[in-house]
Design a protein around this ligand. Structure first.
Ligand SMILES: Nc1nc2c(ncn2[C@@H]2O[C@H](COP(=O)(O)OP(=O)(O)OP(=O)(O)O)[C@@H](O)[C@H]2O)c(=O)[nH]1
Ligand SMILES: [Mg+2]
Length: 301
């Protein structure tokens, strides 16, 4: 890059679970790199998405929703979210316009008091509320923290995203292009594939299952005919959960496979043969050794 005024920087997206952080990231990147669901605590690890324009490169960091941890995995998720507050150029604190100010936000604002990084308040899901309600909500938050900008958006419908991107660019420092223009994430395909499979299980199951699963990719092999063979294991905590994930005569697992295969084919741009297994590993969320096996490595963050 010879252009001296090129800007680049890191922007972290934080907020309570389920406010739409991952939906926003995917919308901005224009490709699905972070999984989304209507269940809280969908995102477990940070996901970086890279947006390159003619004048700037922004690396967005999607983080797990901030909540009170109940197990080691939860502790890990909170550390990931909090560590991303350090060494970024801008923080986007996202809230759900439908919910008012709550304890969770209070906790996040406390954390923000310790940083000198500029913070935007992003009011998401404005498609769900009346404009009058929006003004009241903004007033409620404005007094609690010196936000540099307050930007209402709908990540789902795309409202006001371009305006927000322009405001973000204004806050980025001059800097080099860190990633090639066509690279949209720094995550290996392996990770995204395991996440896409996990997302389908989240969508097709209820209650305790979504939080009890992990997906591990055993192998990804290109075939002579140009297709790709993926073998993956869905890990659950109890035998009863294994039964649920497999479903009657294997019906649920089959549906997971069908939906995940379609997404993985879109990601890889080739035909995919997906082989899925289900395995029980008791209480894996509380075992550090198993968390590491599933790629939750603290020292990387
Ligand atoms: N109506 C509406 N729904 C939205 C909007 N943005 C996200 N959602 C929905 O909100 C739910 C949660 O979205 P996610 O993107 O998974 O939320 P998240 O903040 O990443 O959640 P965690 O990873 O659990 O912290 C999904 O069902 C989305 O479709 C929006 O602008 N409007
Ligand atoms: Mg998320």
């Amino acid at each position: 890059m010879t252009n001296e005024s090129f800007k680049s920087g890191f922007v972290s997206i934080i907020g309570r679970p389920n406010v739409g952080k991952s939906t926003f990231l995917n919308r901005v990147i224009g490709q699905k790199i972070a999984i989304m669901s209507d269940k809280p605590q969908t995102t477990r690890n940070k996901v970086q998405g890279v947006l390159t324009t003619g004048t700037s490169q922004t690396i967005f960091i999607d983080t797990p929703g901030i909540h009170k941890p109940k197990h080691k995995l939860g502790d890990f998720m909170m550390k990931v979210a909090q560590n991303t507050l350090k060494e970024v150029d801008l923080i986007l604190f996202m809230i759900n316009a439908e919910e008012g100010y709550g304890k969770g936000d209070e906790f996040i604002i406390e954390k923000l008091q310790n940083t000198s990084t500029p913070v935007f308040l992003i009011v998401n899901k404005i498609d769900k509320i009346h404009p009058d309600q929006l003004l009241l909500l903004i007033d409620e938050y404005r007094g609690r923290y010196p936000f540099k900008e307050i930007v209402p958006i709908s990540a789902l419908e795309g409202n006001n995203i371009e305006t927000l991107l322009a405001q973000i660019e204004a806050y980025l420092p001059e800097g080099p292009q860190f990633y090639p223009s066509d690279q949209v994430t720094d995550h290996p395909e392996r990770f995204i594939i395991s996440e896409l499979i996990r997302e389908k299980v989240l969508h097709l199951t209820r209650e305790e299952i979504p939080h009890s699963i992990a997906v591990s990719i055993e192998s990804i092999k290109g075939q002579d005919n140009g297709s790709v063979h993926v073998a993956a294991t869905i890990v659950v905590e109890r035998d009863s959960q294994k039964g649920i994930v497999i479903g009657k005569k294997g019906s649920l697992l089959k549906e997971v496979g069908k939906r995940a295969r379609a997404d993985i084919e879109a990601l890889l741009g080739s035909r995919v043969y997906l082989e899925l297994w289900v395995k029980v590993q008791k209480d894996w969320r509380n075992k550090m050794s198993q968390l590491r096996d599933f790629g939750f490595k603290e020292d990387e963050y």
